[in-house]
Design a protein around this ligand. Structure first.
Ligand code: SF4
Length: 316
């Protein structure tokens, strides 16, 4: 891929020996697969805020909404040092064309979800977020973010990667100073993809665009962007995909033969019952689109929201 998408990642996931014990947590999916499409910017908040390798382990304590970062044995409080680094780092990242961030799970600095926060009794609640992860999410609320552990789940993985590619398309679209007509085109191409995540938001966005001719451009784009990322944050379930597949089938109605239609319906039903992966009915659909040259469907991002080589739609 010529222009790789810029994605941030916790440094230890890329194989850098920056962990407290001098080790790393190299994740081969990032370096061997995703690196073909993503250019990674690595961040190790603990090392970059000035702590050594190796170092004493740390944990979050106190209020899960506003925890403190302290060393586990000697109780040294590194919160202020870390927060000052986080502030400076996110300001620096503002000038980058960052399209996502992949965090190391469970870390008091980098963990995104359910990080342990210890109370006075020594009991931990899994309710926290690492200080760097929290600062980044606060500063870039629309940025697709995920943890490496959750990327092992095929549905979460596809959802995240789809979001990254779509966010990149949206950012590129904005950089081209789009007019109203271009927003209509963007929305038209993404219609089925949005339906697969949220029929409700897809419809709301359709109305927003249709009524948007007289809306100030900045306001319209801002509103559209919020809805776009909100829709993509919702999982594309089998049920929602089946709905889209039948919708596509409706476009073929008068074109394909009875046998072709029966074959497609059979494959959609097989997918609905988890007997085959989504790629199976989609392959036949792509074949019909080419055969019958259906322009509206040819441009739908739903048909290839991310490179097929990633094989994200091959799980049943
Ligand atoms: S601070 Fe983050 S990047 Fe650094 S070692 Fe810990 S988990 Fe990895």
């Amino acid at each position: 891929m010529e222009n790789k998408i810029l994605v941030g990642a916790s440094s230890c996931l890329l194989g850098n020996s920056v962990r407290y014990d001098g080790g790393h947590k190299h994740d081969r999916y990032l370096t061997d697969i995703l690196a073909n499409y993503f250019q990674f910017i690595t961040v190790c908040p603990e090392v970059e805020c000035g702590l050594p390798v190796p170092r004493e382990t740390m944990r979050l304590i106190g209020d899960p909404e506003k925890p403190r970062l302290v060393t586990t044995r000697s109780g040294i409080d590194h919160t202020d040092r870390m927060l000052s680094f986080c502030k400076q780092k996110v300001s620096q990242l503002e000038s980058e064309d960052l399209c996502a961030f992949i965090f190391k799970k469970d870390s008091p600095s980098s963990g995104l979800h359910k990080v342990k926060v210890y109370g006075e009794s020594g009991q931990a609640q899994k309710k926290g977020r690492g200080l760097f992860a929290a600062t980044l999410v606060d500063r870039f609320p629309l940025l697709p973010v995920e943890e490496e552990g959750r990327l092992k789940d095929p549905v979460l993985r596809e959802n995240f990667i789809e979001k990254v590619f779509c966010y990149k398309r949206w950012k590129t679209f904005l950089q081209e100073d789009p007019d109203y007509k271009k927003l209509i085109d963007f929305h038209t191409c993404h219609k089925l993809q949005l339906m697969a995540h949220s029929p409700k938001l897809a419809s709301k966005m359709g109305k927003l665009v249709a009524a948007g001719k007289t809306t100030p451009k900045e306001e319209l784009l801002e509103e559209y962007q919020l809805n776009l990322m909100e829709a993509l944050a919702l999982k594309a379930t089998i049920k929602k995909n089946v709905n889209v597949l039948y919708h596509i089938n409706g476009h073929f109605k008068k074109l394909i033969t009875g046998d072709e239609k029966a074959e497609l319906i059979q494959l959609i039903n097989n997918y609905a019952h988890s007997l085959v992966p989504l790629i199976v009915p989609l392959t036949l659909i792509n074949h019909y689109i080419r055969k019958y040259n259906i322009a509206y469907l040819q441009n739908q991002t739903y048909l290839e929201p991310h490179p097929s080589e990633l094989m994200l739609r091959n799980h049943a």
